[in-house]
Every structure is written in C-alpha cells, then in structure tokens.
Design a protein around this ligand. Structure first.
Ligand code: NAP
Length: 208
C-alpha cells in the first residue's frame, strides 16, 4: 500500500543543479517519501536580482532535470500564482489538493527555512507541514537550533517538525554556477547535461 508522505522541494532553482537533485533523492530515501514535487518559485518572496532567469525557463530546466526519475514531479503552482511566492500559500494549496491525512515535508535550504519560519503565519505553517533543512558541509546549525527552541515547547516536539539533512553535494551552488557562466567557465557535471544545453541554447545568465 502506498504510504502518505510527500516531499515538496521548494526553490528558485536558478538554475537547478545536481546538489538539488541529490537533496531530493536523499529526502525520498531517508524519510520514506512516495514522491518529491519540485515547486520552482514564480516571483521569489525575498529578493529581486539581475541574474534571475525567467520563471518559465527555471520551470523548464526543472522539468528537464527531473524527467528521468519516476519519483520526481514538477508543479507550476507558484509559477502560475500571481504575486510573490509565499510558502504559506503553497502549503495551504497543497493541503486543499491532498487533504489533511497526507504528511507534507517541505524540503529546502536551511537559510530559506530560517526565513520562512521567522516571518509570519509561523504557527499555521508549522501545523500544516514538516520541514527538512538541507545544509552544505560546514553549515553552522546554531540558528536552526535556536529557531527550534523558540518555536516549540520541547525538543521532542521540535525534532518531529524540523529535520536537518547535510548534503555534501550542496557544495554545488546556483550562485557559483551563474558566476561561472558569466565568466565563460564550464558548468559541465554541475548540472544535468540537458540543463547545460538549455542554458547555452537560450543564453541564460550571460548578462551583467
Ligand atoms: P535562497 O535564499 O536562494 O537559498 C537559500 C539557500 O538554500 C541557498 O544556499 C540555496 O542554494 C539553498 N537551496 C534553495 N533551495 C534548495 C533546495 N530545494 N534544496 C537544497 N538547497 C536549496 O532560497 P530560494 O531558493 O529563493 O527559496 C527556497 C524556498 O524557500 C522557495 O520555495 C521559496 O519560495 C521559499 N521561501 C519562502 C519565504 C516565505 O514564504 N516568506 C521566504 C524565503 C524563501 P542554491 O542557491 O544553490 O539553490
């Protein structure tokens, strides 16, 4: 019988890279998820930067990167929603689709989780989803620890809601990939081949 755990992989994916894919696979395996749904942000909530690729390009690169994995899916819900992509709106929408029985694990970078849970609607969002905070090697987890003790009455309660997952492959970063492209350096093996081809074909991340 299919279990009822779904991973929600939130990210700007600007661009998606192997670190993101390894993160999703690790979450799938470690938490016994049936599938991971990648949700590229439409208009990211917290920053506008010059090298942010168009939402449709980021969506298509995510489709290309995940197409060979039967457990990975991509959703357009944030791309199609007007306005900023707030996680609370996404989780509420997913709850409407999947009902309250489904366990939802929102997977993203630890710094993004600090932002999501330090902003507003925190009690509501924590009631609707669990969080998997992916970290790069050497990441200082003290802020996540203090967030957990601020948000929850006990450590047991906190440990059931926020999980840490160190991912060595997250030494790869979208920021570094964009810099490499701008400086005409190779991004071979950092992103799936199809994504590399898409970036080249559409001349993404070249502008200063
Ligand atoms: P970001 O600030 O660009 O990323 C923070 C760090 O997390 C970066 O090191 C990033 O690495 C890494 N990261 C991002 N997505 C990841 C993923 N799925 N798996 C592993 N590492 C990941 O954050 P972002 O990408 O814009 O946002 C991440 C998610 O949090 C999105 O779904 C966004 O909508 C949500 N968010 C919501 C709020 C809110 O609702 N108030 C605020 C902030 C973020 P790379 O640069 O290599 O990806």
């Amino acid at each position: 019988m299919e279990n009822n755990k779904i991973g929600i992989m939130g990210g700007t994916f600007n661009p998606i890279h192997h670190g993101h894919l390894v993160t999703a696979q690790e979450a799938l395996d470690q938490f016994g998820l049936t599938r991971v749904i990648f949700i590229p942000t439409g208009d990211p909530p917290h920053k506008i930067e010059d090298l942010l690729a168009d939402a449709e390009d980021r969506y298509l690169m995510t489709e290309i990167a995940t197409s060979s994995n039967n457990n990975f899916f991509v959703s357009r819900i944030e791309i199609d929603r007007k306005g900023k992509s707030y996680t609370i709106d996404t989780v509420k929408e997913l709850r409407q689709i999947y009902g309250m029985e489904m366990e939802l694990f929102f997977i993203t970078g630890a710094d993004a989780i600090l932002e999501i849970l330090s902003w507003k609607d925190t009690d509501e969002i924590v009631a609707l989803a669990k969080f998997i905070a992916a970290t790069r090697p050497g990441y200082d987890i003290s802020k996540i620890k203090s967030l957990k003790s601020t948000l929850f009455r006990s450590r047991e309660e906190a440990d059931k809601k926020i999980f840490l997952m160190e991912i060595p492959a997250l030494a790869i970063s979208s920021t570094d990939i964009r810099k490499r492209i701008k400086n005409c350096r190779s991004i071979n093996y950092l992103v799936p081949e199809g994504v590399n081809n898409y970036i080249l074909k559409h001349g993404l991340y070249k502008k200063t």
